[in-house]
Design a binder for this molecule. Structure first.
Ligand code: ARG
Length: 292
């Protein structure tokens, strides 16, 4: 009798995922508040619970450190209630940094503080961009490619400017739904080749581009993006995401990633999530050991 090997199961083949150590810049939410409305999520009448916000932010810091990542802090500044969303204030790729330029004058000063920090902490050549550019709010790095959002915040002319300064291919994505005003509310980067996104946030031409370049992307559901579930931070294996984004977490597990849920909901009152609070210093030259 001949024994034949069993047919391989048609179930999802587990993919070996690998985490790499990251460096993140974060800003304590000491002065976090919602006192103006520059996106659909913000309502100054609602009020924030600052103690809860601080506790959620500290838990995010603790989570990153427990995963082995480096967290460096920038001093918060009174009168800048959105400075906790430090990702919007810069873009650092392969050890080369750029500052940001905000569309709203209400956030303009944040960019100056973060640029000064970058200049003093290993990126003396970093400069402010010429065109409106909200940093990693709209520019997301996927391996050697940078996905760049426009439509609500960053000026489309900032896209070639970034390509030129950082020497990377930049793909323009047109955002069409004001709820998802920054690219990082509509698209999350999981590793150097894998993304997750919400189709309805993108113009038809951009969807065609995403489908062509990322045919195996995870497709998110609005039940998760309404909690800013795509505003996630991945190290290639561990995916830190909003605790309420349970559908996306299940999809991630099925694809071999490890979801790490963190409740960051107090910041949702400002239209910000986990990724917004986390600026990745890729190819960081200075690794400051700092304790909070
Ligand atoms: N209130 C801030 C703003 O509207 C939130 C920014 C959150 N950052 C983000 N990348 N989505 O600018």
């Amino acid at each position: 009798m001949t024994l034949t090997a069993p047919e391989p199961s048609p179930a999802v083949t587990p993919v070996a995922r690998a985490a790499t150590t990251r460096s993140y810049l974060m800003c304590p939410p000491t002065y976090f508040d919602v006192v103006y409305a520059i996106n659909e999520w913000m309502d100054p009448a609602v009020g924030v619970d600052i103690d809860l916000a601080m506790a959620q932010w500290l838990e995010l810091v603790r989570t990153y450190r427990s995963l082995g990542h480096h967290v460096t802090l920038i001093e918060p500044v009174a009168g800048l209630p959105d400075m906790v969303f430090v990702t919007d204030s810069g873009l650092v790729v392969d050890g080369v940094a750029m500052g940001a330029r905000y569309r709203s004058a209400l956030r303009a000063v944040e960019a100056e503080h973060v640029l000064r920090w970058l200049n003093a902490n290993g990126y003396p050549e970093a400069r402010a961009p010429e065109f409106v550019n909200e940093g990693e709010g709209d520019f997301l790095v996927v391996g050697d490619v940078i996905l760049a959002g426009t439509g609500f915040r960053s000026d489309p002319r900032s896209h070639p400017e970034v390509a030129d300064r950082l020497g990377k291919e930049v793909l323009t994505l047109n955002l069409i739904d004001p709820t998802y005003y920054h690219l990082n509310t509509a698209l999350g980067v999981l590793d150097d080749t894998t993304i997750a996104y919400l189709p309805k946030a993108f113009a038809p031409d951009s969807l065609t581009l995403l489908r062509a370049r990322f045919p195996d992307a995870l497709i998110a559901d609005e039940a998760d993006t309404a909690w800013l579930g795509l505003n996630l931070v991945s190290d290639g294996y561990n995916v830190v995401l909003a605790a309420q984004a349970t559908g996306l977490a299940a999809q991630l597990s099925a694809r071999g990633f490890r979801p790490v849920p963190v409740d960051f909901a107090e910041f949702r009152k400002s239209g910000g999530g986990i990724k917004c609070a986390t600026l990745e210093l890729r190819g960081a030259r200075v690794r400051t050991k700092q304790r909070w």
